[in-house]
Design a protein around this ligand. Sequence first.
Ligand SMILES: N[C@@H](CCC(=O)N[C@@H](CS)C(=O)NCC(=O)O)C(=O)O
Length: 254
Amino acid sequence: MSEKHLQTGDVLPPYSGKLRVFAMRFCPYAERTVLTLNAKNIPYDLVFINLDQKPEWIFNFSPKGTVPALEYEPGKALFDSNIINVYLDEKYPEIPLQASDPLRRAQDKILVESFAPAQSAYYTAAFNAQALEPSMVETYHKGLEGLQKELETRSTKYLHGDEPGWVDYTLWPFLERFEALPLIGKAEFAIDKTKYERLVTYIEAMKNVPAVKSYFLAAETHAKFIESRAKGDANYNMLDTSAVCCMRPRKKKE
Ligand SMILES: N[C@@H](CCC(=O)N[C@@H](CS)C(=O)NCC(=O)O)C(=O)O
């Protein structure tokens, strides 16, 4: 899979017949959809988009040009990670990811909602050059504490149960990125092993889930991308290995 992000002027690749996801490699919302498809064993194609120089055709799939968008039939698409993922779970019920109990489904949605302020605090810490307000750090840790408490109350390996589900795949992309914050000098955002013992066990377990593992990026990689974007020059193609091909020394002809 090429990790190159298509941009203004680039041609839309032909539709292969599989579901197609428009994404950006470092976008946590797009990662939610990728993990959902992986977990449900649904084949798909990925098209990465440069969000600073969007290709014209992205607006045919996502009216505001945001990712993820899911092309479910040629030229027809859905957008917004939560909408896409619930659609996928209902359309392809063989491996269900949402809780079967309506009450638990509602509680999972509440958990996702109550984690949103911690996500916003992450965005501020990562991309806002101004000094951080202490309340942001507090909000972030409140989110982590809430998650840890829920893991303790539920007493299961994952929030969903013995296997991860919708709630885990929805929250995970942010936890993956939170570990990058201390690497960019935001030490107050570190997830301390003593304070967050249960949460850290959960984070380590999630890293080994096959659906996550195949798309996982290390904290160092996220940190590099964050730094490039914070400087106003997001390095979308930093993982694109196809560029390396042309720099390899050519074999001399015999
Ligand atoms: N609520 C949306 C948020 C998607 C979103 O904000 N994606 C960002 C990238 S991480 C984006 O497309 N930004 C480009 C833009 O806003 O123009 C979802 O859950 O899918």
